[in-house]
Design a protein around this ligand. Structure first.
Ligand code: HEM
Length: 256
């Protein structure tokens, strides 16, 4: 299969000193909530994660993310399944920060039935699951183009040059077979789809970058802490080796 190389995007969270931009992951959450969550699950994420250190809605006022008022209000807007402790029946109740994000569909068959047979993958670790994940997801979201002349697109499919695929059987046009493949996801974003609370202009590019930042955070919520810890460890080792070197010189000063 072939596909175009993902677009070259730079992120605040890349490199050894990178960290998530809280305003950006907040906007990205809104894109996920209002657009992607209609079809994609987020199985590994609980509401309380949103209020953890370096999370989109972290607020140092709250020691425990379960107490975070904004996270509470977000979780209350979802209905989650629970078991009635008296009758044993499955019941629905408003979410709490301790709950996981509920799935948009009751099961895979229902998800496929609503999506022309295709299964919208869980997005919890999508930026880790795909090579060059953040660039790849950004490229898919912004990469839909008009169907090239001579290409036959099956019903329910969309041509995207960044999706791995093989167009040779579908291309009757002149010139080389276009790179890329078909994807069952209709273009989910367009300019102005989501209104950002912080006044940021809602272009396609901005929404795609922000939702990718959110998904990258969700794939590794402790990334910033891990990097900061690593940096502190490097500084410690540097000072320690300096001390070792000085004491080595002292111990051997009068020898030989
Ligand atoms: C596939 C992201 C919204 C339905 C995908 C893939 C990603 C993705 C990364 C995987 C591509 C791959 O397999 O490598 C997103 C994001 C969204 C969004 C970030 C919000 C901005 C939606 C919506 C729907 C949807 C609203 C339903 C209307 C699907 C389906 C697939 C898919 C059916 C499987 C496609 C296939 O296998 O051909 N999405 N998606 N997505 N998405 Fe979405």
């Amino acid at each position: 299969t072939t596909h175009e190389e993902p677009k070259d995007v730079h992120w605040s969270f890349e490199g050894p000193f990178g960290k998530f931009d809280q305003a950006q992951v907040q906007r990205g959450y809104k894109v996920y909530r209002e657009v992607c969550a209609a079809c994609h699950s987020m199985n590994l994420l609980s509401f309380r994660n949103l209020g953890q250190k370096n999370g989109p809605f972290f607020d140092e006022k709250y020691k425990n993310p379960n107490d975070n008022a904004y996270v509470k209000s977000i979780s209350k807007d979802y209905q989650v399944n629970d078991i009635d402790s008296e009758t044993g029946d499955v019941v629905q109740r408003p979410g709490t920060p301790a709950d996981k994000f509920p799935n948009p569909f009751p099961n895979e068959a229902a998800a496929r039935a609503s999506n022309g047979g295709a299964y919208p993958p869980d997005l919890s670790v999508i930026t880790k699951a795909r090579e060059e994940g953040p660039q790849y997801v950004y490229s898919i979201l912004t990469g839909y183009v008009a169907t090239p002349a001579g290409m036959e697109v099956p019903p329910g499919k969309h041509y995207n040059p960044f999706m791995p695929g093989d167009m040779s059987a579908f291309y009757k046009g002149k010139g080389p077979v276009p790179e890329g493949g078909f994807i069952a996801m209709p273009p989910p974003l367009e300019a102005g789809k989501v209104t950002f609370d912080d006044g940021t202009k809602s272009t396609l590019d901005q929404q795609a970058k922000d939702v990718v930042a959110f998904l990258a955070w969700a794939s590794e919520p402790k990334q910033t802490e891990r990097k900061q810890f690593g940096l502190a460890a490097m500084i410690y080792l540097l000072i320690f080796s300096g001390l070792l070197f000085v004491s080595y010189r002292r111990i051997w000063k009068n020898v030989g």
